[in-house]
Design a protein around this ligand. Structure first.
Ligand SMILES: Cc1ncc(COP(=O)(O)O)c(C=O)c1O
Length: 401
């Protein structure tokens, strides 16, 4: 049961993407149509190549004084703070808590300083924790709030929290409603949006062949994404001394290797823009309902309502299911042995403290991520498979108890 190669895209959409990638004309019109469609008349949207591209454009457009601090909810992908650093800014981690990985207000109070200008909040695994108190705090401290919804998109007309200054949505390869790339940024301030747009217009366009190659590559991966193939790949990895996480992660990584900035500083091409609009227009919301049902089944079966109450109390679309356990490594090995592709952190990391503020470690986030196992609960996963996965987890817990 794959999680990383279970791409949220049908054969039909892959064909559409492939054919669309051959048509290079009409990029400006495609961009306008997509932005108009998703902005619902608000004119506050910029379509980008990726969330990282949008974040990079935002920081260019904001042009903050060097040395300004960007507060990040502590668990995120490494590239986000790296982008802030490339703009001469100082990334500062803010500790998280709970099974919805929400910002800890006390940690936020400790982390903020007169140099703090931006707060980036990543919603993890599909959770959308209540942001009210954090937004009030941000307002009191004049922080510009960026909501990173890369893992949280769940329906066409959800454009993030409208009290956040910016909300960023990714449609990268392993995301919900993937367009094999592309991102949408909702930006409240029209001046910043206009600046981002002009900066983006100076960037080269993503080569058309990019999408053509991606459609071929992911069609192949989709075709082999069976339990049998997963078992085969893990066995081969073990034989060649490779970590299956590195192999599988590498297959789905965009902007792999060096030269991150030359890769992300591109405008999306016509095919990506058209495919993204098509995905938004036609996405079947029943898929998300099914994912939520699967997750609720796991919660009930494993009795998690007491140990992970935020899974039920927070809004959640369960992009992945985060199970918190004291034996993460052992449980992952046990589930993999039975053909379930589980992983611990993927590309997520706890942001280390900056050299100027060594005391700002994030013990809660570190413990949370160390104890998190990401379980599959995608819509096509048969109930029987979910049930056997839960039974394996319950057996494992009894064995180690
Ligand atoms: C929390 C988070 N932020 C940002 C990103 C970057 O998204 P993109 O690949 O569109 O740049 C990701 C991608 O996985 C993510 O998980």
């Amino acid at each position: 049961m794959w999680i990383r190669l279970r791409l949220d895209i049908s054969w039909r959409n892959l064909c559409c993407g492939f054919l669309g990638s051959l048509n290079r004309a009409g990029r400006k019109a495609a961009r306008k149509e997509l932005e108009k469609f998703w902005s619902e008349g608000q004119n506050d949207v910029l379509a980008c190549l990726s969330v990282r591209s949008g974040f990079d454009l935002l920081l260019q457009a904001m042009d903050l004084p060097k040395g300004s601090e960007v507060l990040f909810s502590a668990i995120t992908i490494q590239d986000m703070p790296k982008i802030a650093e490339a703009h001469g800014l100082v990334p500062v981690p803010v500790d998280l808590c709970g099974s919805d990985y929400h910002i800890d207000l006390a940690a936020l109070e400790q982390a903020v300083s007169s140099e703090s200008k931006v707060l980036v909040i990543a919603h993890l695994f599909g959770a959308r924790p209540c942001m009210q108190e954090v937004l009030e705090f941000a307002r009191q401290h004049n922080l510009y709030v960026v909501e990173d919804c890369a893992q949280a998109w769940f329906k066409r007309n959800w454009r993030g929290n409208d009290q956040a200054d910016v909300s960023l949505f990714s449609f990268g390869v392993i995301k919900t409603a993937t367009a094999l790339g592309g991102a949408l940024c909702r930006i409240n301030n029209p001046e910043i949006l206009a600046r981002m747009r002009s900066l983006q217009a100076l960037q080269p366009v993503q080569p058309c062949l990019d999408l053509t190659i991606k459609c071929g590559k992911y069609a192949f991966l989709k075709a082999i994404s069976t339990k049998f193939a997963f078992g085969g790949i893990t066995m081969l990895c073990r034989q060649f001394g490779k970590n299956p996480d590195d192999v599988l992660g590498g297959l789905t990584r965009s902007f792999a290797g060096n030269n991150l900035f030359s890769k992300l500083r591109k405008q999306p091409n016509t095919g990506t823009l058209r495919l993204l609009k098509h995905r938004l227009e036609t996405y079947d919301s029943r898929r998300i309902n099914q994912r939520i049902n699967n997750a609720h089944f796991i919660i009930e079966k494993l009795g998690l309502d007491k140990t992970e109450p935020e899974l039920l109390n927070s809004q959640h679309s369960f992009w992945l299911f985060p199970l918190i356990t004291d034996q993460a490594d052992e449980l992952i090995a046990h589930l993999r042995l039975h053909g379930f592709d589980t992983t611990q952190r993927g590309r997520l990391r706890v942001l280390p403290p900056h050299s100027k503020q060594r005391e700002l470690t994030c013990p809660m986030a570190t413990e949370l991520l160390d104890r998190t196992v990401m379980l599959p609960c995608y819509p096509e996963m048969p109930l029987k498979a979910i049930e056997s996965m839960c039974e394996l987890i319950l057996d494992f817990s009894t064995e180690v108890a």
